[in-house]
Write a protein that binds this ligand. Structure first.
Ligand code: KFV
Ligand code: CO
Length: 166
């Protein structure tokens, strides 16, 4: 079903434009906290026959991470293995409190700036007011887990839209 947008209504919660902006297109990745990245990679590779497509360090987020590819083409999604760079980081604190396991879910959006505005207008606390640099050139932003059923939620706008064959 489509909702015609009223003129000038783009910034009001509940309008067609904000509904569109807040759409989560699919799961981009599941972030999994681990104590040792190389050990976790070896385990996932040997159990699932997945391969690492990218390894990066994000000093601003306090993580070393690896992206393991699931599938091909426009439906590709990822397992993101996360090792903290120190104890006083989001993943370091999470590991100390809960141990290894699912740390966050990343959802793909078409326009992260519009999505943040729309979702913020619905009362969800934005941990990032503006997008920041994420894995593989993506723009990312986090939403507070306390407003989303205890799930730390990441919005992901991919670096480039997929243009290859389906
Ligand atoms: N999931 C659910 N709840 C969580 C959580 C998580 N991952 N981390 C912390 N909490 C809960 C925690 O259990 C506690 O709840 C409360 O948040 C405060 O925890 O009910 P409780 O007991 O009060 P603290 O004090 O340990 O943590 P705090 O300093 O408040 O920070 C929590 C939070 C979510 C605000 C922080 O971790 C954050 O800003 N995270 C966003 C950034 C991030 O996690 N970066 C690492 C991934 S980088 C990534 O994915 C990249 C680069 N990428 O491209 O995909
Ligand atoms: Co992530």
């Amino acid at each position: 079903m489509t909702f015609p947008a009223a003129p000038g209504a783009a910034r009001q919660p509940g309008t067609a434009r904000t509904r569109e902006a807040a759409v989560l297109n699919r799961i981009d990745h599941v972030g999994i906290a681990c104590h040792d990245l190389e050990t976790a990679i070896a385990r996932y590779e040997s159990v699932f026959d997945v391969t690492v497509a990218s390894r990066e360090i994000h000093e601003d987020q306090g993580v070393r991470e690896a992206m393991l590819r699931l599938g091909e083409g426009p439906g590709t999604s990822w397992i993101q293995l996360l090792e903290p760079t120190g104890p006083d980081t989001p993943v370091g604190k999470f590991l100390a409190r809960r141990g290894p396991g699912i740390h966050h879910v990343g959802y793909r959006v078409a326009n992260i700036t519009a999505a943040l505005a729309a979702i913020g207008a619905r009362g969800v606390r934005l941990l990032d007011q503006r997008p920041r640099h994420g894995s593989m050139g993506a723009s990312i932003a986090f939403l507070h887990p306390a407003d989303l059923g205890g799930v730390l939620t990441e919005l992901v706008q991919a670096a480039l839209p997929f243009t290859g064959p389906a």
